[in-house]
Design a protein around this ligand. Structure first.
Ligand SMILES: [Zn+2]
Length: 216
């Protein structure tokens, strides 16, 4: 393994994160949500570090060498591998929420189409769906779950600023879409994060079906 860990991080801690990322990535790849080496995944390793996918690797075939250590400013630590181009969006979540420990970003067809369809409104409002309860903190289908849709850009500081602005306005945030691109969601552990992602994929698919059926 070309990854050299700082003395304060036990190899086991890094390996557990790397294996959890690789397992989740394999499942998401099989679902077709990570086409053409897209998507990126991370887990917090300790208060100041995260493990994240190396840029450009096929997500269905990740091994430990495809996961690298970064600090929460997004710099590589103990490796010359290059982290995902969107690393700043992961580290932003770890910096803002000390209790969040995993971030998943995928590019499924449903996520991509929904992001285009709702980009004009800038938000998708989910209400009346039982599966909203899969999102931590939501206990009834009657609540409104807002998923913002931010404009796509290759300039990460712009997206970081949009996420910060949403949060600084005091609005809850459990996930966001990027127009024509995909979704970000997170949780306290990998299982919770995968549950969020699966629920959101399902809910977005339902909204797209409703739009289609109402238009026909
Ligand atoms: Zn992406």
């Amino acid at each position: 393994m070309s990854q050299i860990l700082p003395a304060a991080i036990p190899a086991r801690a890094f390996e557990q994160c790397a294996d959890a990322i690789a397992d989740a990535a394999r499942e998401l790849s099989m679902l077709g949500w990570t086409p053409a080496t897209s998507s990126n995944f991370s887990m917090r390793v300790d208060a100041g570090h995260a493990a994240i996918t190396v840029s450009g690797r096929h997500k269905g075939r990740l091994g430990r060498d495809d996961i690298m250590l970064i600090d929460l400013q997004g710099h590589a630590v103990g490796t010359d591998a290059r982290p995902s181009a969107e690393t700043a969006l992961h580290t932003q979540i770890y910096r803002r929420w000390p209790e969040m420990n995993a971030v998943l970003h995928t590019h499924s067809r449903t996520q991509s189409v929904a992001s285009r369809l709702f980009a004009g409104e800038g938000v998708i409002r989910l209400q009346g769906w039982e599966l909203q309860k899969a999102i931590s903190g939501y206990h009834t289908h009657e609540s409104v779950l807002e998923i913002p849709v931010f404009p796509n850009t290759q300039h990460m500081p712009e997206l970081v600023a949009r996420v910060d602005a949403w949060l600084d306005a005091g609005k809850p945030l459990h996930a966001y879409l990027i127009d024509g691109h995909g979704i970000y969601t997170w949780g306290r552990d990998m299982a919770e994060t995968q549950r969020h992602l699966e629920a959101l994929e399902f809910l977005l698919g339902c909204e797209l079906d409703l739009k289609r059926l109402r238009a026909s």
